[in-house]
Write a protein that binds this ligand. Structure first.
Ligand code: DAH
Length: 337
């Protein structure tokens, strides 16, 4: 019996070494260690062994079981995860790789950067304001009186109750706030632009969104005139839209400029329609009341200011007919720009 067990162990060890994949190894396990396997059968033979030999045979049975189980585990790990890899598909290193799709900057970010670059060439420095503002910077110092319709609570995103708070905070409704913040912290002369988000509770449609971007500009020096303003806007339009860009200033009213104008450009929003006059924003000569509010002497300093919608410019540049397309983040649309 002991010899038979010895033979069983040797056979088992050489057979396990020959199992070359997970299937063969499993078959080996069933043959040798399974509930109807050869080791179980040998154990069944123990009852026929003469009494005095039983301890030695029992010990040997145990040793064979331990040895075969170890051999099985070793073989399993050397086949690597059960050997599936060896019989699985090979990697073809010559096959062309799938290039990962590269992202791109959103068209609004790109237009913003391009506008900063164009005005940068004209000597304008980029500054940033804050999106959470107070009444003083969004309205009061811009010469917008308390009864002005633009201050209606329903037309603004107030964060604090404007009726009970002295200095209610709000999401800024215009980037003109940055004119005030810049003049408060710097001495003239200055020449700045400031791109950024603004918020108004407008109903969303093809030309309105409750959040959009503006580009604010401010130029303060001695003897600045309306000619400087119009020349700057015209040069910008030609630099950004091309040599034949047409612009138009139409008299208007803003509390923080005097005189004021609306700035129009002839642009084509749809490929199937002719170019049309589109209002890009407002502009004008800085009102003396604004200079006074920031502590600049209005007898000495003069300036012009402007504020455009960046979406309008992007829509004109790329022929985008609906502002919503800019914010839906549909990559099929965005990746064409
Ligand atoms: N802040 C104005 C608006 O949002 C636009 C504007 C008009 C800005 C005239 C200016 C300006 O700087 O001079 O409607």
């Amino acid at each position: 019996m002991l010899e038979q067990l010895e033979a069983l162990e040797q056979e088992g060890l050489s057979a396990v070494a020959e199992a070359s994949d997970a299937g063969a190894l499993e078959q080996w396990r069933i043959d040798y260690l399974g509930s109807k396997g050869r080791l179980k059968a040998a154990m069944g033979g123990l009852k026929d062994v003469p009494k005095e030999e039983k301890p030695a045979v029992g010990q040997k049975l145990n040793a064979v079981k331990v040895r075969l189980t170890e051999a099985f585990e070793e073989r399993k790990s050397s086949l690597g995860g059960g050997g599936a890899k060896k019989s699985g598909p090979m990697i073809d290193l010559s096959e062309p790789a799938i290039a990962p799709a590269l992202g791109r900057r959103h068209v609004i970010s790109r237009v913003k950067a391009e506008l900063c670059e164009v005005f940068g060439r004209m000597g304008f420095e980029v500054v940033h304001g804050r999106e959470l503002e107070d009444d003083a910077h969004n309205f009061v110092k811009l010469n917008i009186p308390p009864e002005h319709p633009a201050r209606e609570p329903i037309d603004n995103f107030y964060v604090d109750d404007p009726l009970t708070t002295d200095e209610p905070r709000m999401l800024r409704s215009q980037t003109s706030t940055v004119q005030i913040r810049t003049m408060e912290s710097r001495k003239p002369p200055l020449r700045i632009i400031s791109p950024g988000r603004v918020y108004r509770p407008d109903t969303v449609d093809a030309t309105h969104s409750f959040m959009f971007h503006q580009l604010e500009g401010l130029y303060v020096d001695r003897k600045v005139t309306m000619v400087d303003l119009k020349t700057t806007l015209f040069q910008f339009a030609r630099a950004y839209f091309g040599e034949d860009a047409e612009i138009r200033l139409i008299p208007s009213y803003f509390p923080f400029t005097e005189p004021s104008a609306e700035f129009y450009m002839k642009i084509r929003l749809r490929p199937d329609k002719p170019a049309e006059w589109v209002e890009l924003g407002g502009c004008g000569m800085v009102d003396p009341a604004v200079f006074e509010a920031v502590g600049y002497d209005p007898e000495e300093w003069t300036g012009f200011a402007f504020g455009f919608g960046i979406e309008r410019i992007a829509m004109g540049k790329y022929g985008i007919p609906d502002i919503r397309m800019l914010f839906e983040n549909d990559v099929r649309f965005l990746s064409q720009l």
